[in-house]
Design a protein around this ligand. Structure first.
Ligand code: HEM
Length: 494
């Protein structure tokens, strides 16, 4: 079984777990037609062998077509529900949000000391405090204050893409990392070997690799695995968990200590941590736990916001390589509105409906899911619903030509009370990336030694998020004027 697809498979199944459990207890009382229809499975292992492990989301989509918007499934003795319709997801998760906003306990989250992260918290006072703190710095109005910072970050990204285009994945990783470090801690990341970033990135890759719903399901089924000493076969869990726990302490404490030190030195810059500390009247009602909550939300913002943003950027790049016609049309719009003498900025946004549609289509085409979220309705099925999106497999921004939707309301950011609090920041970042790359760069298929184009078969890998596997491509400046604008924007004029 391919690990990444297994992860995605189980993650999609686990996503419905809580929703189902809560729904089940109510439904059993209220609804004689419970459980909803679903494929029949083998005793105990249930539907494990019914799932196409290379594309599990397609299996669930098929089930959705056959059994309806809510599909009952059973895996390893646990019952799950898969939600395939956006309408039903809104109905359950937005309108009956108070019922479906909880999170089940994930054994691997406990073991790896990751219970501090907002997505893992159960629906209660601690989670509310996190949301209040996150809202303070990430609400729609506040997010508008970050646009200059976002554009500066994008200009640095363009410069990096121009200089070492082959390292595009690394550049896409660093863009949200640097942005969120600045925003969360007022900290400017060093171009190379930054100590805070090193710990954070190390933790993130551990989390993505080991703290998956798949491993949680394993630990849930066989809890003794957590207690095998690290030197014994099968004791890898304990060893990795130990490493993770140490990293968690560093990631929570060190950057906040940096903000404390800068406040004392009088050099602190505006940041999420700074703003929460400045909340002297305690409007946030964080009480005794202010210090703890501050550390936790800042680290969560980093972890939840970086991987997801990078994944969407990779999806955009892939879409542009595969759809030169879309790229051309978007560039024509930008050239008409912005011209060739400056880089785009947020003032141009209302006049660029096609670019907006490219962003919406990027989010729909390959929906990415965030780290640690438990209730993930089958976004794949929703985004591939042919009634809502005719010919859904095709990347076609024109589908939004009659009505451009509000990007931050996209279902890709989740539903109900657990909706992504970073969605305004994220959609602004992504818009800035997309418009700036389109304005200045030409993205094409790479060519081999004989000059022939290298065809791409898009493949996706997944852990906590789904992203395209590395693919060859060519990224060049559109013109010498574009090169000059990029260099000028990063103060490296030639
Ligand atoms: C393209 C980028 C992003 C996508 C697609 C995305 C998507 C999501 C989704 C689907 C959820 C889960 C909702 C649920 O559990 O039902 C979520 C939760 C969350 N996201 Fe995002 N997100 C993105 C960027 C960000 C950014 C930039 C930040 C912060 C700076 C952020 C912070 C969070 C947090 C803290 C949660 C947990 C909310 C809770 O459990 O109450 N996300 N995100």
């Amino acid at each position: 079984m391919h690990t990444s697809t297994t992860v995605i498979s189980i993650s999609l199944l686990c996503s419905g777990a809580l929703l189902f459990t809560l729904w089940k207890s109510r439904a059993r009382r209220a609804n004689r037609n419970f459980p909803p229809p679903g494929p029949s499975g083998l005793p105990w292992v249930g539907n494990v062998f019914d799932i196409d492990v290379s594309q599990p989301w397609v299996t669930y989509q098929e089930w959705g077509k056959r059994y309806g918007d809510l599909t009952y499934s059973q895996v390893l003795g646990k019952e799950y529900i898969i939600v395939s319709s956006e309408k039903v997801a809104h109905e359950l998760l937005d309108r009956r949000s108070s019922i479906y906003s909880d999170r089940p306990c994930m054994p691997s989250v406990e073991l790896f000391d990751l219970g501090f992260a907002t997505p893992t918290l159960s629906y209660g006072e601690e989670w509310r405090q996190h949301r209040r703190a996150l809202h303070l710095v990430l609400n729609k109005k506040e997010a508008l204050k970050y646009t200059t910072m976002q554009l500066q970050g994008v200009h640095g990204l363009l410069m990096n893409l121009l200089t070492t285009p082959q390292d595009y994945e690394d550049h896409f990783v660093m863009f949200p990392v640097a942005l969120i470090m600045e925003l969360a801690y007022g900290y400017s990341v060093a171009p190379q070997g930054d100590p805070f970033v090193a710990s954070l990135v190390q933790l993130l890759s551990l989390v993505v690799e080991v703290v998956t719903p798949e491993r949680s399901a394993l630990l849930g089924a066989f809890p003794f695995l957590a207690y095998i000493p690290s030197w014994m076969p099968g004791g890898n869990w304990k060893k990795r968990a130990g490493g993770c726990q140490q990293l968690v302490r560093k990631v929570l404490d060190d950057p906040v200590q940096y903000v404390h030190d800068s406040i004392i030195a009088g050099t602190a810059r505006k940041s999420m941590v700074h703003d929460i500390y400045l909340d002297k009247d305690d409007d946030l009602k964080l009480g005794f736990d202010k210090d703890k909550v501050t550390k936790e939300v800042a680290a969560t913002a980093f972890m939840a916001g970086s991987e997801t943003t990078t994944s969407v950027m990779l999806v955009f790049l892939l879409a542009m390589v595969l759809h030169p016609d879309v790229q051309r049309k978007a560039q024509e719009e930008i050239d008409r509105v912005v011209g060739a003498d400056r880089l785009p900025d947020f003032g141009d946004r209302p006049n660029l409906p096609y670019v907006e549609a490219v962003l919406l289509e990027t989010l729909r085409w390959v929906p990415v899911a965030p780290l640690g979220a438990i209730i993930i309705p089958n976004m794949w099925a929703m985004s591939q619903d042919p009634e809502r999106y005719p010919e859904p497999k095709i990347f076609n921004p024109d589908r939004y030509s009659s009505k451009v939707e509000d990007v931050s309301s996209s279902p890709v950011f989740g539903f109900g009370r657990r909706v992504c609090p970073g969605r305004h920041l994220a959609e602004q970042s992504l818009w800035a990336v997309i418009v700036s790359m389109l304005a200045t760069l030409q993205i094409e298929k790479a060519t081999d030694a004989s000059g022939a184009e290298i065809e791409i078969q898009p493949k996706f890998k997944g852990g906590a998020t789904i992203r395209p596997e590395a693919f060859p491509c060519s990224i060049k400046a559109r013109s010498s004027r574009a090169t000059h604008l990029i260099r000028a924007s990063t103060a490296c004029v030639d």
